[in-house]
Write a new protein. Structure first.
Ligand code: SF4
Ligand code: SF4
Length: 307
């Protein structure tokens, strides 16, 4: 039986200390009771990971910001101490104090950090990145590639060490949003921007989500990925691994990095080898080689956001 090497966990938490205008979790608060449910679910998940015997990578992809919560910090400490956990990673706004990281086994920790220019100042964010550098934590940094964010993204790129990969996520809400010149400007920051600008036809195509990578939510429900709602099993059942599916995708298309990265035909396990969860390309900082990677013929089509 093949067991998943990557588990994306998303508990019931759905709140954030930031107030980004484009996000449903902005400044959302939860009651003590709701937070207690999230904590209990996370602690159960960590115990479950501890009972597994195969090599695993755990990726927290929360609704909102998780690492401001002490129980997620403790989960990092516990998971990174487990011999079979190769990597523990989270998507985060990096707004929290970092002292707890010193209790982690840092060679197993990684972070996917997003800079939100309206919510924090560049200097503070860069300072936090430098604290990660000083600790030797692996991470990437990125922004949502709106026109308003462009100058901030340039300043961020200039302020960070060359060894830090800065990605840009395509803004998809408006048709004709980018001109070709806009795309070239964003590629000067993220040489792989073209990869994220595409929508990948996925119906009937092979994808490792469901077998090599799965998502687990707070009550243990397993899904192939975050983009296919149908549950395939429950991690807390004794025969949970029988639920894994090695089958073609049932969605029309896939356009989010944490999804399409698992599509076989894109070869992105190789592009991001060693940094798949935290989104650090293997070749970084070889910018020109990556630009070539980003432009290689791929089966996707450019989104309608291009003029
Ligand atoms: S930091 Fe992330 S989760 Fe929080 S409001 Fe902004 S986009 Fe939403
Ligand atoms: S292609 Fe995307 S939507 Fe389809 S199974 Fe893979 S990750 Fe899920």
């Amino acid at each position: 039986m093949v067991l998943p090497s990557t588990i994306l966990y998303r508990g019931p938490l759905s709140s954030c200390n930031y107030g980004c205008g484009y996000c449903p979790f902005a400044k959302r608060k939860e009651s003590k009771a709701e937070l207690a449910v999230d904590r209990a679910a996370l602690e159960r998940f960590v115990r479950w990971v501890g009972e597994q015997r195969h090599a695993l990578r755990v990726f927290f992809t929360p609704w909102g910001e998780a690492l401001v919560r002490r129980w997620y910090q403790e989960a990092f400490v516990s998971l990174s101490a487990m011999e079979h956990v190769e990597r523990v990673c989270a998507q985060t706004n990096l707004s929290w104090r970092q002292a707890w990281l010193d209790r982690c086994q840092l060679d197993r920790v990684a972070l996917w950090c997003t800079f939100h220019p309206g919510e924090t100042q560049l200097e503070r964010f860069v300072e936090r990145c430098r604290s990660l550098d000083a600790r030797g934590v692996r991470y990437s940094v990125g922004v949502v590639a709106t026109h308003e964010h462009y100058a901030h993204a340039v300043a961020l790129r200039e302020a960070l060490a060359d060894t830090v990969y800065v990605w840009a996520n395509a803004y998809r809400r408006e048709a004709g949003y980018y001109t070709r010149e806009d795309v070239a400007k964003w590629e000067a920051i993220d040489p792989l921007f073209a990869l994220n600008l595409k929508e990948y036809p996925s119906l009937g195509r092979p994808c490792r989500a469901g077998s090599d990578a799965i998502t687990i939510d707070g009550d243990g429900t397993i899904r192939r990925c975050h983009f296919i709602d149908a549950p395939i099993g429950n991690a807390y059942e004794p025969d949970w691994a029988r639920a894994l599916v090695d089958a073609p995708c049932s969605n029309r298309s896939c356009r989010c990095h944490i999804g399409y990265v698992h599509m076989d035909e894109l070869g992105l396990y190789d592009v991001f080898a060693g940094g798949l969860l935290e989104r650090v390309p293997k070749l970084w900082p070889a910018r020109d080689a990556l630009l070539t990677e980003g432009h290689k013929a791929r089966p996707g089509r450019l989104l309608s956001v291009i003029v």
